[in-house]
Design a protein around this ligand. Structure first.
Ligand code: URA
Length: 198
């Protein structure tokens, strides 16, 4: 973790951070992954979404949230006028994950992997400097809030890394539990109100 902290701190911009992560050899996940999945979207976006870890499609393409869960994520944010391709910071999204490499067989991240990679995520948030964080799912909450329990956390503003943060159900969870979409839509409207200054 000390090595990760030093490498992350030395990065002066997002490109430098991506390069530092690509060169970081201490995390075993890297060995089993095809690609580093750093980010997607507009780095100037007011909203930064933090997911869990790449899955199969993300590992192949080197981009976060490009599989089925990602398609749902795009639809969710489209609903409130936000899109990762939008050039305007107010309508854009910037997207990353707690872990930049796919865990084998999409298993859950291990606490030690999250702890090792956390300095990179913290620096990522610092350099992108969004107004608001969206914590997608339990692992994102665990990493940045130090607690899980998304069912209770969602629907409330919290603070993460000194910024307002909204825990939300992960779109992969929503695909398995469509009844929870109602809550997710509620949370999207909370986010929209906050962006509008409400
Ligand atoms: N799930 C995530 O948490 N992140 C991705 O990039 C894809 C699926």
């Amino acid at each position: 973790v000390a090595l990760a902290r030093a490498a992350a701190a030395a990065a002066q911009d997002l490109e430098g951070l991506a390069a530092a992560m690509a060169a970081y050899e201490q995390c075993d996940l890297k060995k089993g992954a095809r690609n580093l999945v750093f980010s997607d979207g507009n780095p100037k976006a007011r909203v930064m979404v933090i997911g869990e870890a790449p899955g199969r499609d993300e590992d192949l393409q080197g981009k976060p949230f490009v599989g089925r869960a990602g398609q749902l994520l795009d639809r969710m944010f489209f609903h409130i006028g936000l899109g990762r391709a939008d050039p305007a910071a107010e309508r854009a999204l910037y997207i990353t994950n707690v872990l930049p490499w796919r865990p084998p067989q999409n298993r859950d991240p291990e606490a030690q992997e999250v702890a090792m990679m956390l300095p990179f995520l913290e620096r990522h948030v610092e350099l992108a400097d969004p107004d608001i964080l969206v914590l997608m799912g339990n692992h994102s909450c665990g990493a940045l809030l130090g607690r899980k329990g998304i069912t209770r956390l969602r629907g409330h503003w919290v603070e993460a890394l000194g910024r307002p943060a909204l825990p939300m159900f992960h779109p992969a969870y929503l695909l398995r539990n469509p009844h929870a979409k109602r809550d997710a839509w509620h949370d999207l409207l909370m986010l929209q109100a906050r962006l509008r200054g409400g």
